[in-house]
Design a protein around this ligand. Structure first.
Ligand SMILES: Cc1cc2nc3c(=O)[nH]c(=O)nc-3n(C[C@H](O)[C@H](O)[C@H](O)COP(=O)(O)OP(=O)(O)OC[C@H]3O[C@@H](n4cnc5c(N)ncnc54)[C@H](O)[C@@H]3O)c2cc1C
Length: 414
């Protein structure tokens, strides 16, 4: 009988344990917390956007880094396979806007319960409050793991599924990076992805709480376009957040120097159409002050501070506005500069960018190329994706592949 240890009882680890046990291996799942899947409970604002009902090609377009590495895992366990898996585990799903898939009850706890039920049915031994301190290896092969209480566990294969560094309160504090590093693996420095951003400007802070729908963000360095999309953003007590900003954060380069970030508040109008609209508004309100007519174009809190951002006096009478001032106003509405001072800390990010280098993992099996019998799954690997259920599906599909491969290889050996 092949003995397999899975380290980490999150989405990736639970799926890896189920897959390995389904192949006939004797599986032990080690979780440092007092319960499984703590992070799953907070996903999708408690609703768990567990996958995305799209094609593999569309999926890969949502993965900014190392998408090809995921090809085997995704083709072996597609989003549609995940939906069937949950349905078979008595957790019906619904598809919502943007092909996002949720449990029909919209309760993340139902996804965890379905996974726990499968673990029980497949006979996986679940050890809670069991934190792995180190791996053991002999002659280039992993032989087991040692817990923080000193207990040693022997195994034919070990799967590391310990997550990244985001939301460390859920248990993901980067242990897997250290375990992999001790086994000789390279760790691509971990940092925040799907992260809110702090701005050098202080005016976004004055607008905290204000959400803008249907605006456009463009990010460039020199002539190179790094990001250009429409969506919803939010001003916060430190800068900017919201779905559009989170997605853009995945595309930020290592250094933030020399970036040109612009906010287009009127993406539906060309500069010429906007100028015509401004001319008409100013013409029709000649005796009013500028700040009093802007709420026709912007939310009122933004309208109050906006003239100064365009270097025009808010008290200026509309009838006295010069052409240059009107053009400055139009330019600021179409291309308002924002300077990013830094990403929020990784522990506040939705997902971790960086992690165990994909160059040292066989994408067809998830096995380490450096230490036989060692496998990886989930966020601990250097892959991350946009929002939409893609990150959980990466965890489920790499977990599935790691579990199956580890069990098959170990059963062949024994
Ligand atoms: C607020 C929030 C909302 C999110 N919403 C979504 C969403 O709706 N859809 C989506 O696709 N993605 C979402 N994500 C991202 C997604 O949750 C993660 O990418 C995914 O859960 C990663 O799964 P994982 O199993 O690799 O890691 P984790 O879920 O972090 O699991 C790792 C597990 O390993 C355990 N562990 C760590 N070290 C040890 C050790 N030494 N010994 C034993 N156990 C250990 C941890 O306690 C933890 O249980 C969200 C993330 C956050 C933070």
């Amino acid at each position: 009988m092949a003995d397999i240890l899975v380290i980490g009882g999150g989405a990736a680890g639970m799926m890896a344990a189920i897959a390995a046990a389904s192949e006939g291996a004797c599986v032990t799942l080690l979780e440092r917390n007092e319960k499984l899947g703590r992070k799953i409970y907070i996903t999708g604002k408690g609703r768990c956007n567990c996958t995305n009902d799209c094609s593999i090609d569309d999926f890969l377009r949502e993965v900014p880094r190392n998408p090809r590495f995921l090809y085997s895992a995704l083709t072996a366990f597609t989003p549609q396979d995940m939906m069937s898996f949950l349905e078979d585990a008595h957790c019906p799903v619904v598809i919502q806007r943007g092909h996002r898939v949720f449990p029909a009850t919209e309760k993340a706890s139902d996804v965890t319960r379905a996974l726990e039920r499968c673990l029980r049915e497949k006979g996986v031994r679940v050890c809670l409050n069991s934190r792995v301190r180190s791996l053991t290896a002999e002659d280039g092969r992993v032989t087991g793991a040692i817990l923080t209480d000193g207990k040693a566990l022997r195994a034919d294969a070990v799967i590391i599924a310990t997550g990244g560094l985001s939301y460390p309160g859920t248990g993901s504090t980067g242990d897997g990076y250290r375990l992999a590093q001790e086994a000789g693996h390279t760790i691509v420095p971990a940092r925040a992805s799907l992260s809110a951003l702090e701005t050098k400007e202080t005016w976004p802070i004055e607008l905290q709480g204000l959400a803008l729908k249907n605006v456009r963000l463009t990010l460039k360095r020199g002539k190179k376009s790094l990001y250009d999309n429409l969506g919803e953003m939010l001003f916060t007590h430190f800068g900017i957040s919201g779905p559009l900003v989170l997605e853009m954060s995945c595309h930020l380069p290592e250094t933030l120097e020399g970036l040109d970030l612009r906010l287009d508040l009127k993406p539906g109008l060309t500069p010429e159409q906007l100028d015509a609209r401004l001319q008409r508004d100013l013409q029709e309100n000649q005796r009013r002050q500028l700040h009093s007519i802007l709420p026709g174009l912007l939310p009122s809190s933004f309208a109050r501070i906006f003239p100064e951002l365009a270097q025009v006096s808010p008290e200026k009478l509309c009838g006295q506005m010069t052409k240059a001032e009107r053009e400055r106003l139009g330019h600021a509405l179409k291309s308002l500069p924002l300077s990013i001072s830094r990403l929020r800390p990784v522990d506040e990010a939705i997902v971790t960018r960086g992690g165990i280098s994909v160059k040292e993992i066989d994408p067809r099996t998830m096995q380490s190329k450096l230490l036989a019998g060692l496998y990886f799954a989930g966020e601990v690997i250097d892959v991350d994706a946009h929002t939409g259920g893609f990150n959980l599906h990466i965890a489920f599909s790499t977990g599935r592949l790691a579990g199956q491969s580890a069990a098959r290889a170990s059963l062949e050996m024994t």
